[in-house]
Design a protein around this ligand. Structure first.
Ligand SMILES: *Cc1c(COP(=O)(O)O)cnc(C)c1O
Length: 391
């Protein structure tokens, strides 16, 4: 059976016995073995027709995930992590002399504002506290007072805290004042159901390693085809990250303008197959089970979360550090990590927090297993349970 080549044994691949890690960080997420193995394919030049036809199916599937009418919406692929999508949308969709409005209550919308600053784009950074929903009356007032605003951007699930923003309402306001609405849906896409038209979204975005439970390196913008075509004559502010340029190349050739992440695309196609098999509703129900198991485990230990429960997107729990001198996030992390569970620091500058996320190919059993290990970590460090807070 053994097939050898230059002294290497290619017969029984070691990857048949892949160790399974449970990632509770906000992406990349735990993947199935079938998605991992989908990357192991015969070498292919991505300029072959065979590969272009795969990408066509992938692009259509990505629109279907958000229930987009394929005559109205399209998807455009990029090679990069999720931030590339925010960069692409903001630098490509703003007409000359117009302004972007960032509805900002967290780290990812702050990133969008920073992108505007880096490109020298006129923008308003409309900031709200990270643990509160944006004030829609203030959003409307800002739009009403500034007719130059041509683009409104916000984040669906602010992954830094786990708060769910009212995108449908913000989108309705953007449209009332004639602005394009772009939404960073990186941490909800293919998890929390999205209906691109009903949710008043013109452009949304994600990358393969989050909701799709595939690999890092493939990101995509899903949006209104005629708006992309309209942007043809907008100022060209980037070469590699221009939305129209990439779209146009896809439409003319079926290919990505520059080398695509070939193996990552095979994994994403397998992940989409598994997405349709599991089904939107069942998948969201599974993430919800995981989320509830996280809350139940935290409640039992006395931990407090940062965002009001009813305002959480159901995917990320931001947890306050307990007021116990024995608590040491790094040590708890290492204890869990050595046992196959990855937990993640918080992203709130004013409060010490950590995060537990419900992304990925995991289920409530994994969360029960995690809490057994987490509890052991607390006991080992001598952290009192239930944990204490001074206020
Ligand atoms: C993960 C994520 C991104 C992308 O971050 P990268 O570090 O570029 O992968 C963007 N927006 C949100 C809301 C995210 O959760």
């Amino acid at each position: 059976m053994s097939e050898t080549m230059s002294g290497r044994d290619y017969s029984m691949p070691a990857f048949m016995h892949m160790k399974r890690n449970v990632l509770l960080n906000p992406g990349p997420s735990t993947t199935t073995d079938t998605v991992k193995y989908a990357q192991v394919v015969p070498d292919i030049c991505p300029r072959e027709k065979e590969f272009a036809s795969l990408m066509k199916g992938l692009r259509e599937d990505l629109v279907r995930v958000v229930h987009g009418d394929p005559d109205v919406y399209t998807s455009v692929l990029f090679c990069g992590s999720g931030t590339i999508n925010i960069d692409v949308c903001l630098n490509s969709l703003l007409p000359e002399g117009k302004k972007a409005l960032i509805v900002n209550n967290g780290a990812y919308s702050t990133r969008a504002a920073e992108i505007c600053a880096y490109y020298g784009l006129p923008y308003i950074d409309l900031r709200f506290p990270v643990d509160e929903l944006p004030d829609l009356a203030l959003v409307e007032k800002t739009l009403a007072e500034d007719p130059d605003i041509a683009l409104v951007h916000t984040t669906h699930n602010e992954t830094g805290t786990g708060i769910l923003n009212p995108i449908r309402e913000i989108g309705a306001l953007a449209h009332r004042y004639g602005a394009v609405f772009t939404v960073d849906t990186t941490s909800t896409y293919a998890m929390r159901p999205i209906d691109i038209a009903a949710d008043n979204i013109d452009f949304c975005m994600a990358s393969a390693q989050k909701g799709l439970m595939a690999m890092t390196g493939l990101s995509f913008v899903i949006g209104n085809r005629s708006m992309i075509e309209e942007s043809r004559n907008y100022p060209k502010r980037s070469y590699y990250c221009n939305l129209f340029l990439q779209y146009d190349y896809f439409e003319k050739t079926g290919e990505m303008h520059f080398t695509p992440p070939v193996q990552t695309i095979y994994a994403a196609m397998q992940a989409l197959k598994e997405y349709w098999t599991e089904g939107e509703e069942a998948k969201w129900a599974r993430h919800t089970r995981v989320f509830e198991a996280i809350h139940a485990g935290l409640d039992e230990l006395g931990f407090r979360d940062v965002i009001r429960r009813e305002e959480q997107a159901g995917l990320v729990v931001s947890v306050r550090y307990p007021d116990d001198p024995a608590w040491d996030f790094g040590k708890v992390h290492d204890y869990c990590y050595e046992r196959g569970f990855t937990i993640y620091p918080g992203k709130i500058s004013t409060t010490d927090t950590f995060r537990l996320c419900a992304l990925g190919a995991i289920d409530e059993e994994d969360i029960h297993d995690f809490f057994a290990v987490f509890r052991e970590a607390l006991d080992t460090l001598g952290v009192a349970v239930p944990v204490r807070y001074e206020d």
